[in-house]
Design a protein around this ligand. Sequence first.
Ligand SMILES: NC(=O)c1ccc[n+]([C@@H]2O[C@H](COP(=O)([O-])OP(=O)(O)OC[C@H]3O[C@@H](n4cnc5c(N)ncnc54)[C@H](O)[C@@H]3O)[C@@H](O)[C@H]2O)c1
Length: 473
Amino acid sequence: MKILIANLSKADNNPATMKHQVTRRQFLKLTSVATLAAPILVSSAGAATGQHGPNDRITLGFIGTGKQGGGLLNNFLTMPHSQVVAVCDVDTTRRAHYRKVVEEFYSIKGNAEFKGCTEYEDFRDLIARQDIDAVVIATPDHWHAYIAIAACNAGKDVYCEKPMIHLYADGPEMIETARATNRILQIGSQRVSSIIYAKAKELLASGAIGQLNMVTAHWDRNSSMGAWNYTVPLDASAETCDWPRFLGTAPKIPFNAEHFFQWRKWKAYGSGVAGDLFVHLFSGTHFITGTNGPTRGMATGGLRFWKDGRDAPDVMLGLFDYREGFNLSLRVNFVDGGEESEALIFTGSEGTMEIDGNTISVSRTPLKKEPGYTVSTFTQAMQKRVLESYREKYPVAHPSGALAAGYEKYVAPDGYRDSYDHFKNFFAAVRSRQPVVEDAVFGFRAAGAALLSNLSLDRGAVVKWDPDAMKLG
Ligand SMILES: NC(=O)c1ccc[n+]([C@@H]2O[C@H](COP(=O)([O-])OP(=O)(O)OC[C@H]3O[C@@H](n4cnc5c(N)ncnc54)[C@H](O)[C@@H]3O)[C@@H](O)[C@H]2O)c1
């Protein structure tokens, strides 16, 4: 089997130049000598065979232990029948911090067998371990495809954060690699595993709001942290991280702590508000409506407030056509002058359904059976004739029938976390080898649609997309 793999020279960290065709045998031989620290090997029932019983332990490695990776790790330590055995980050401080978090968690649980978590600087050393079943990838966007493809080729199942792609070319390669290697690849838009989204899908399908004609969604913020100005540690330097390995395919520039810790602000590493936030709104819309995606998109926006050297817009508006007969309108505003909020509103011929966090509100106002009339400009005689014929067709009747609910609300239980369910779905698939809720095709359809906004803004034009073939028009 041919696989894509990185050149193991530590000096070369550029995915573009690291891609070489080598055999799986060569890859395993090469990577086995590149390990930075001797790993603590644990026995994983399935790592060698790919078979896992319901109670077999799944062993995990985390690649990228920043805000999201750390949050996922804290969540997933509590998953039954699993063990985190390795963490990888190009930042020495973060990986050491989360190694300790893992070790302390297992020592508090008093499970001596679970002790030990190995730190890696180079993800290739982590994926070379034979005793790791699956990896979680929570690096900046420009590394997602490269690491996910290498991990699949190394025989790991993969949970990869959204947006699945940074470049359109990433999509087909990830889909094909997951298929060819028979690996489970779940993309991390956790809302698609939410009980709230499942209920919204059921309500829409049951006709709760009639015929869908529009989805309006927004994600507004009004704070410095919301605008990605994350805190930079006071000791940040080229010594505390592997800066070239962070850069990867991005332009080679000297160490820049803002680029490292606030990477979303630059297109070289992130995908703007489209890849960061629109993608969640697309995932939700696609899951709930069952569509494959829009046929064309157009966006506008710009850098309106946070003019701090970033090149990604802080205001974006997007409009999308769906051949199922509805339009999607999206908005992100990082300077909204008020409350921070996120919501999706589905509008149908008989009502609206709003999702706001863990709550769904359905409001029903069916179209009246009587169409009404406009006759005031007609002659008196014509008004009389029209009204008579109207009342023949729509006689005055005393309204009757059962009570109808005009307003309904569904709320998830206190403390409900869709990210837990999303990972549970991933774990179930790792064991059963059945499809995940958000595979690479779903992930590409959501991210591909989201990134139409960036293309449209750059080109100043409408951009076409084939949602079935997943190709730009
Ligand atoms: N699903 C969600 O709701 C959600 C929420 C937040 C972030 N995310 C996604 O998670 C990813 C990470 O975001 P974040 O906010 O945690 O960013 P972050 O900067 O806090 O963390 C990223 C980590 O990756 C490390 N890293 C960079 N290059 C690496 C490499 N080549 N190998 C190993 N580690 C590397 C960095 O040092 C950093 O610690 C992004 O893709 C983001 O879109 C998803």
